[in-house]
Design a protein around this ligand. Structure first.
Ligand code: ADP
Ligand code: MG
Length: 336
């Protein structure tokens, strides 16, 4: 589990048709924050000793049981939004950047949890909907005005593609602004005024996602998808006659499958692709570990506590969401 500002949760999805056809048995149990894996008894012949057959317990900030919809303990999309999306929005409306990553093998339920399918909206559309409801409430006050900008990009083989403007071919440049930090040059940032508008953009972007089949899953996505919301609130203070501005960036990331290239039967070009994807994922792991060490005081900045943001496009672009926007890159002067 992570330190202070990092929450790690796990979710167990229902069996898919292949697992049902094979007569699979569920070896996962969840109790409160714990996830317990019990090796099946028919694994005994492969076990080297009783230790290999003993249940193993893992602790997370939360363990979501979504295995069986008829179970009274079933954790649905709304449960995840209440626990994760709402506090994220609370922070965003305070002006803090934040992000959510979905990590796991292809087929484990990342896109279901992030975007959702059909009417079963995932946390991304739920956050958008909730955001516009909150804005509606805030703008009851005539001195408050909010704007929302959205961008949606894909990182594939360490290259950036604009999902809201797929005609910009392949490779957008990642640059660094001296005061606001890393950004993608020429990336579409569209102003949206309602949930309906944002939903249309999401649908377009999802259609544009690169899908390359692997042996593991025909529709497996081999790219990282980064959905970004920028929320700006302007409040006119009638006493001081000054306009105050708060801005926050929310990054919602559906990561590429975490399966190892070798276990998916990939060869040649696909194997190289796997290695690149793993490089991004392993960098993300190292960045989060370094941040956890800094936040628990285990390491001090500089003294071996350098965060390796620059080692992958994903972590570099999310630098100000991962490390926070109040430390290294203060937001531009509110009044200039
Ligand atoms: P990934 O994006 O990790 O490759 P998906 O999100 O596409 O995986 O999920 C694989 C399949 O499992 C999909 O058909 C999806 O609808 C289903 N699924 C995943 N998670 C859940 C869940 N919590 N409840 C019900 N169905 C789920
Ligand atoms: Mg997916």
């Amino acid at each position: 589990a992570g330190g202070g500002n990092i929450k790690v949760v796990v979710r167990c999805r229902p069996f898919n048709s292949r697992e049902i056809d094979r007569g699979s048995k569920c070896i996962v149990e969840m109790k409160n924050n714990q996830t317990v894996l019990t090796p099946p008894s028919d694994a005994a012949h492969g076990a080297k000793g009783p230790k290999d057959l003993a249940p193993k317990a893992f602790a997370f900030d939360r363990s979501y049981w979504s295995f069986d919809k008829s179970d009274p303990d079933y954790a649905g999309q709304e449960n995840l939004h209440n626990d994760l999306g709402k506090p994220l929005l609370d922070n965003a409306f305070q002006g803090y950047n934040n992000c959510i990553f979905a990590y796991g093998q292809t087929g484990s339920g990342k896109s279901y949890s992030m975007m959702g399918y059909g009417k079963e909206h995932g946390i991304i559309p739920k956050i958008c909907q909730d955001m516009f409801e909150r804005i509606g409430g805030l703008q009851q006050d005539k001195n408050t005005r909010c704007t929302v900008e959205v961008s949606y990009l894909e990182i594939y083989n360490e290259r950036v593609r604009d999902l809201l403007n797929p005609s910009t071919k392949g490779n957008l440049k990642v640059r660094e602004h001296p005061s606001t930090g890393p950004y993608v040059e020429d990336l579409a940032k569209l102003v949206v005024g309602s949930f309906q508008e944002i939903e249309n953009l999401m649908d377009e972007g999802n259609k544009a996602r690169t899908v390359a089949a692997t042996n593991m899953n025909e529709t497996s996505s081999r790219s990282h998808a980064v959905f970004t919301l920028i929320l700006t609130q302007k409040t006119f203070d009638t006493d001081t006659k000054m306009e105050l501005e708060k801005q926050a960036k929310i990054s919602l990331v559906d990561l590429a499958g975490s399966e190892r290239a070798t276990s998916t039967g990939a060869t040649g070009a696909r194997l190289k692709e796997g290695a690149e994807i793993n490089r991004s994922l392993s960098t993300l792991g190292r960045v989060i570990a370094a941040l956890a060490d800094l936040s628990t005081g285990k390491k001090k900045k500089g003294a071996g506590g350098t965060v390796p943001y620059r080692d992958s496009v994903l972590t570099w672009l999310l630098k100000d969401s991962l490390g926070g926007n109040n430390s290294e890159y203060p937001a531009l002067c509110r009044f200039c």
